[in-house]
Design a protein around this ligand. Structure first.
Ligand code: K7E
Ligand code: CUA
Ligand code: CA
Length: 643
């Protein structure tokens, strides 16, 4: 247990700053529907709300964050890196950052974007240079089996270039990247949890991707925004090929999938299909758009699709007009209040919850009723809404504790609100005595995503809640104009939420998942057979010439490279292949060539290669950059380029 000193101080300047942010954010948004003044905010605005938690609220949780030296964390956390384009691996509850997995942008530690192997995954132009060197990852989710993570894969999006990357969770590396055709602003991402038709497939085989921006299809630089369209995309979890797309009205934001595999959904904040934010805010209600996966795949199979531009991907019609008859509809547009943001699946499998963003509400949609509508058994689709309750200002994302409670970030109120889903449904049905708001806690400051341990699985355990605060302000030592983000950890094991810790993180994570460490079985040494170019014996080392094309084969075993020197001629096109024959865990070597822009690592039993033109004559001491041995500094080889 932490002492009271870990709680937010009563310092009035901190409270004053929080108020200022509230007011400024409200003014900036010129909020229509949620035109609440600050006085109306928070508890006063939500009926049956509990008063805001005082900073010195009694502790009722039991979880601690402090680990003794050498003690291991009990949870893994996978964090999106934002516009650093990587995935972060954290240990929890300590909050220690363990790894950054490069995906969309080059990485200097491992040589991602330098080696031929990583460039092939990232994608290159005809001249061999990287297609993209920027990325923007927001959402990461992992593969499921039986409603829980199975430790195979995680996926992460790149919003800038509409790319989806897959992470192998045995080696913690990115092994495939796919660019989605004919979409921009690929934002929400979620794997399915089962097959909609075959009950034997109780694991992830598809990943759904929502495109936030609408564009001309095909993209011919058309000015008339009313003709722009957005699509919802399905990617095959194994092959990473795009399986199909759905043409929709409106746009996509976040994405959720049902536990039975039958439904996926995306929140829509731009049903207006506006091109300015004023246009995008003009309607009082937007939508949560549901996809009937089995019907979409049947339509694709029956050939009821078209293609767009040069893409061969089947595109089915999910627009309003084409889906008026529920019994054949591929899509269903459930209305939700103005400009929603997150949509999250409750761990009991029953509900999707839409966070209101510009509306101070959460909307609870009953999935069985959506399925009834598709079966022609529910007359009005919006009757699937079983609760729409006020929870506070600026709701963005929702997490769950497995005990029937939801936790929603309130960006404008700078709080997390804990509310009970069943009580909210009762309140919505007319029981005004139902107290659905259970607790509120101030966070520092303006939270975006949050997630609880195991939250988006059937095994939600209600222990820890992490909150990604978008502003850290005064919480850490100042380091110039750019502030760290503040990832806060909250104990949710008791009735009241208890703030446990602040963690500075480099900008700028969005979404993340937290799960038990037993669900992963990472490997710490590669297998030589995983690499077609592996040099299995130091005796195979040497310089192999084919005209101007030269292959240099080398191995590393601490503290030496198998070649003590190698000779090249100026103008040679050189491919250097390095296999690390050391088998010991943690024995990684590096390989750097001065003035040649080459530096990469090889982990135990790993093979990597680089290709470059030997355009500078001279002697170049190639050296090991990764500390490996008492003779690490002596671990070198001479590259001699003859003029
Ligand atoms: Cu809310 Cu891109 Cu998930 Cu960020 S999105 S916070
Ligand atoms: Cu090998 Cu340092
Ligand atoms: Ca809107």
């Amino acid at each position: 247990m932490k002492s009271d000193s870990s709680l937010p101080s009563k310092d009035t300047t901190a409270w004053g700053r929080r108020r200022f942010l509230n007011t400024a954010a409200l003014a900036g948004l010129t909020m229509g529907a949620a035109a609440c003044t600050e006085k109306e905010s928070g508890a006063a605005n939500a009926p049956a709300a509990a008063p805001a938690a005082a900073p010195d609220a009694a502790h009722s949780g039991t979880n601690a964050t402090h680990l003794k030296p050498g003690e291991l964390d009990t949870y893994y956390g996978l964090w999106s890196g934002g516009h650093t384009g990587d995935m972060r691996v954290l240990g929890l509850p300590s909050g220690r950052e363990l790894m950054r997995i490069p995906c969309f942008v080059p990485d200097a530690l491992v040589g991602w974007g330098i080696t031929n192997e990583s460039k092939k995954i990232m994608g290159t132009k005809p001249d061999g240079s990287l297609r993209y060197t920027v990325g923007d990852s927001h959402h990461t989710h992992a593969s499921y089996k039986d409603g829980n993570y199975d430790g195979r894969y995680a996926w992460i999006n790149d919003k800038i270039n509409a790319r989806i990357a897959r992470i192998r969770l045995d080696y913690f590396i990115c092994d495939k990247i796919t660019q989605l055709p004919n979409v921009q602003g690929f934002h929400g991402i979620f794997p399915d949890k089962a097959d909609p038709v075959d009950p034997a497939i109780n694991y992830t085989t598809r990943v759904f991707c929502g495109a936030e921006f609408s564009i001309p299809l095909p993209n011919a630089g058309l000015d008339d925004g009313s003709k722009y369209r957005s699509m919802f995309t399905c990617v095959d979890a194994e092959s990473m090929e795009v399986r199909w797309q759905v043409l929709i009205d409106g746009n996509c934001d976040l994405t959720a999938t049902s536990y039975d595999g039958k439904l996926a959904a995306t929140n829509q904040y731009n049903i207006e299909m506006g091109v300015t934010y004023e246009d995008m805010m003009s309607s009082e209600r937007d939508a949560c758009l549901f996809f009937n996966i089995a019907r979409i795949e049947a339509a694709v199979k029956a050939g009821k699709f078209k293609t767009v531009g040069t893409s061969k991907v089947p595109v089915v019609d999910g627009t309003h007009e084409a889906n008026q008859d529920p019994t054949t509809a591929l899509t269903a547009y459930v209305s939700v209040p103005k400009n929603p943001h997150g949509v999250n699946a409750s761990p009991d499998g029953k509900y999707f919850i839409c966070a209101g963003k510009l509306s101070p509400t959460a909307t609870v949609i009953d999935l069985s009723k959506v399925l009834n509508w598709f079966d022609g058994k529910l007359e009005k689709l919006d009757a699937a809404i079983v609760a729409e309750v006020e929870i506070g200002l600026g709701p963005l994302h929702t997490a769950f504790d497995g005990r029937g409670n939801a936790y929603t970030t309130l960006f404008l109120d700078s709080q997390v609100v804990k509310w009970n889903v069943d009580a909210a449904i009762k309140f919505h049905a007319g029981d005004k005595a139902a107290k659905y708001v259970v607790d509120r806690i101030d966070v520092q400051y303006q939270p975006g995503h949050l997630n609880a341990s195991q939250s988006e699985t059937k095994a939600a355990d209600g222990k820890y809640l992490a909150v990604g605060c978008k502003f850290s302000k005064d919480r850490f030592l100042p380091v110039g104009p750019l502030h760290a983000e503040n990832e806060q950890l909250i104990d949710i094991s008791g009735d009241k939420m208890v703030l446990l810790a602040d963690h500075p993180v480099r900008g700028e994570p969005h979404d993340f998942i937290i799960f038990k460490r037993e669900l992963l079985q990472p490997k710490q040494v590669y297998s030589l057979d995983d690499f077609p170019l592996a040099i299995k014996d130091p005796k195979e080392s040497g310089v192999f010439r084919d005209g101007k094309k030269v292959t240099v084969k080398m191995t590393s075993q601490a503290p030496a490279f198998s070649l003590r020197e190698f000779k090249l001629k100026k103008g040679d096109e050189v491919t250097l292949i390095l296999t690390n024959l050391d088998k010991i865990e943690d024995l990684t070597h590096g390989f750097a060539i001065p003035n040649y822009n080459v530096n990469f690592i090889v982990n135990p039993q790993e093979t990597a290669s680089v290709t470059f033109i030997a355009d500078q004559p001279g002697v170049f001491w190639c050296y090991c950059t990764h500390f490996c041995h008492a003779l690490h500094l002596e671990m070198r080889t001479r590259m001699i380029v003859e003029a």
